[in-house]
Design a protein around this ligand. Structure first.
Ligand SMILES: C[S@@+](CC[C@H](N)C(=O)[O-])C[C@H]1O[C@@H](n2cnc3c(N)ncnc32)[C@H](O)[C@@H]1O
Length: 282
């Protein structure tokens, strides 16, 4: 993946209980956009690779006849199963604990494969080729992520912005200046340039769609704490015995930034790249 860094199964350890509360949702309208672009009619099969707690898979489940979510993190897969049950879609969903690099052979073929902010964690050439084999001719690989345009301004909203720089500084004081990831570090962050990888694997495209964000949000201090513990670079296990001390310091920082413990934010837009597998491909 990245020179000098090796994937290990602690990458998202302990983040699952914080994920749904902490992470901002994808922009509303994402499902409608994908339904239109991919001409989804409720009958195809979706595989969501690196599904986390089912974020994307469950928001798209009504557009497919069957949905398979794949993630190596045991708690993520369990959380996805619980949320599927809460949403009444257990019958059409299956959750598989596996790395994308080691997909079981019995998954069948799919009309669509989605990667929601997960592809950069994978052996991308290997996974792109494996995904192409999983897709039916004419199928699509969809790469979904928050639109990276910096943090949207909160001017005119009632509360201060989440003090992101101060939070990063606090994380650095506990975990060191270099970005942590599982048992290793990622000085240069995760790789970009997935277009070259997907083109190399024989996909055509991409078609780019942006689902606009900007909607105002109110975030409590608990939401912000959950967001911090949902991140691979500040996952709970990284703090070891100092986890509670870190949380206490984080909450103090948040109280100092906003007396009522409330923050304003805006939803990021969602960027989607749709890659195709030729209808005539084997
Ligand atoms: C940032 S989360 C994204 C979760 C969800 N897709 C979403 O859109 O919110 C990244 C997920 O990718 C998973 N992941 C990391 N490496 C992976 C790999 N090699 N194969 C499959 N999933 C992986 C992690 O366990 C984590 O749940």
């Amino acid at each position: 993946m990245v020179a000098g860094w090796e994937w290990d199964d602690t990458l998202f350890a302990g983040t699952a209980p914080y994920y749904r509360r902490g992470r901002l949702p994808y922009a509303p309208g994402l499902a409608e956009t994908l339904a239109e672009v991919l001409r989804l009619d409720g009958r195809g099969r979706l595989v969501d690779v690196g599904c986390g707690p089912g974020t994307l898979a469950l928001d798209l489940a009504h557009l497919f006849g069957e949905v398979v979510g794949v993630d190596p993190d045991r708690e993520m897969v369990a959380e996805a199963g619980r949320e599927a049950s809460r949403r009444g879609v257990t019958a059409k969903t299956r959750w598989v604990r596996a790395r994308a690099e080691e997909l079981p052979a019995d998954l069948g073929t799919f009309t669509v494969a989605t990667f929601g902010q997960s592809f950069h964690w994978m052996d991308r050439d290997l996974v792109a080729a494996a995904t192409r084999d999983l897709l039916r001719p004419g199928g699509a690989l969809v790469h979904v992520s928050d639109l990276k345009t910096g943090t949207p301004a909160v001017g005119g909203l009632p509360y201060p912005a989440v003090p992101g720089a101060a939070i990063q500084e606090l994380i650095g004081r506990y975990l060191g200046p270099v970005r942590r990831a599982g048992r290793g570090v990622l000085p240069q962050g995760t790789p970009g340039g997935e277009a070259a990888v997907l083109a190399r694997a024989g996909f055509s495209g991409p078609r780019r769609q942006v689902v606009p964000g900007g909607q105002p949000l109110e975030r409590t201090a608990d939401d912000v704490v959950a967001e911090v513990f949902s991140m691979s670079f500040s996952a709970p296990h990284l703090f070891g015995p100092r986890r509670d001390a870190f949380e206490a310091d984080l909450r103090r920082l948040l109280r100092e930034a906003s007396g009522p413990g409330l923050f304003s934010a805006r939803l990021p837009g969602t960027e989607v790249f749709v890659w195709g597998k030729d209808a005539s491909a084997p």
